[in-house]
Design a protein around this ligand. Structure first.
Ligand code: ZN
Ligand code: ZN
Ligand code: ZN
Length: 367
């Protein structure tokens, strides 16, 4: 970056110094002295001048590309912040969903959509010490999500550290891509709660990632801060969920300027030992479980039987909050059947009119 700037300065201004020293008289003499040569050599001089101009532009363009990561929002104090990237918004099974022949997936089998990826958040943080990346979750879509994160951050040769929430396939199965059959990674830092860590260490194929050194496992502790990148920390928070193989956590992600709550999977809010509204007050934004919109999506079964908060339940629970609190909510982890995956649906409009948001792939949020 520094080199580019030097080149720009050299090629644009270097030749002007001696002329300035000689003043206008010298300029006139010099012009008439070289005019006949300029006419004779016009086919050489003009293209040279043109390419010098273009080189100047290129140096500036390259400069912009290199300096863009971490500067996603222009203006104000948030320039130079670490950036949170939305890498996926779907429930574990993704879309198109295996075995689904309904309108929600039928066309996606023919034309897969680039904005339908399983739930994941990325972090990029660029400081003078270098660029760092992190991913929350390692989903079955991790290949394209890693590419998206590296490209958005301009850090194409950096591997992220990985922070996991729980051992359901949509949230950790992407780890398999780090093994010798695919990436053959070395020492990727993976963070999991103690029971989850023990599960990974003692069950194939995950134990092979450990024994071959593709990953290095780190234990998380509930409610204890862990360093994500130089300027970003996270606090894992236990949440109720089907815990067959591991604990389930959400994260409070803390940047130097802003903080975000991330709870992709949770049983009903009433079963949590915390108050959602109070947790919301502690952060600037919250990505929350929105697996299903309402009961019509699950065959009008009793909503209390379904171990997720329906979007209509979450909206009703928070309806008394003021508009700025409600606007913090970004619904995420949407099932392939959720009508809010389409921004032209009645349900989607209903969510926006109630003052809430639906998370969108490729959104960037400075922390
Ligand atoms: Zn899930
Ligand atoms: Zn479907
Ligand atoms: Zn789950």
């Amino acid at each position: 970056m520094v080199e580019s700037k030097v080149l720009v300065r050299d090629c644009q201004f270097g030749a002007s110094c001696t002329l300035r020293e000689h003043g206008w008289h010298g300029l006139r003499i010099a012009f008439f002295a070289i005019f006949p040569f300029m006419v004779r050599l016009r086919f050489v001089i003009l293209p040279c001048m043109l390419s010098m101009l273009l080189m100047g532009c290129n140096h500036r363009a390259a400069d912009n590309v290199v300096s863009s990561p971490g500067h996603a929002l222009k203006g104000g104090v948030l320039q130079n912040s670490p950036v949170l990237h939305v890498l996926g918004t779907l429930q574990d099974g993704g879309a198109p969903h295996m075995g689904c022949d309904r309108p929600c997936c039928r066309n996606l089998f023919l034309r897969p959509a680039t904005d339908r990826k399983v739930v994941s958040l990325g972090i990029s943080d660029e400081t003078e010490a270098g660029g760092e990346l992190a991913m929350f979750e390692a989903t079955p879509d991790v290949a394209s999500q890693l590419h998206a994160l590296q490209s958005a951050a301009g850090l194409t040769d950096v591997l992220p550290s990985i922070f996991l929430t729980h051992a359901h396939i949509g949230h950790y199965a992407g780890l398999m891509n780090l093994g010798r059959e695919v990436l053959g990674a070395a020492g990727v830092q993976v963070y999991a709660m103690p029971r989850f860590r023990a599960f990974l260490e003692s069950n194939g194929p995950w134990d092979q990632l450990v024994s071959l050194g593709n990953v290095e496992l780190n234990s998380l502790q509930a409610d204890s801060l862990v360093q994500v990148t130089k300027r970003v920390q996270a606090r894992p928070i236990l949440v109720p969920h089907r815990d067959e193989y591991s604990e389930t956590v959400g994260y409070r992600i803390l940047g130097p300027n802003r903080s975000v709550l991330f709870i992709p999977d949770i049983n009903k809010w009433g079963l949590w030992d915390r108050d959602l509204a109070k947790e919301l007050a502690l952060v600037d934004r919250a990505y929350l479980d929105a697996t299903f919109f309402d009961a019509s999506e699950v065959g009008n079964r009793d909503m209390s039987e379904i171990p997720h908060p329906f979007m209509v339940e979450t909206m009703a629970l928070l309806s008394e909050l003021n508009a700025s609190e409600r606007a913090k909510i970004q619904f995420i982890h949407l099932n392939h059947t959720n009508p809010c995956l389409s921004d032209t649906s009645v349900a989607y409009r209903q969510v926006l009119e109630a003052g809430f948001q639906v998370a969108r792939m490729h959104d960037e949020y400075p922390l």
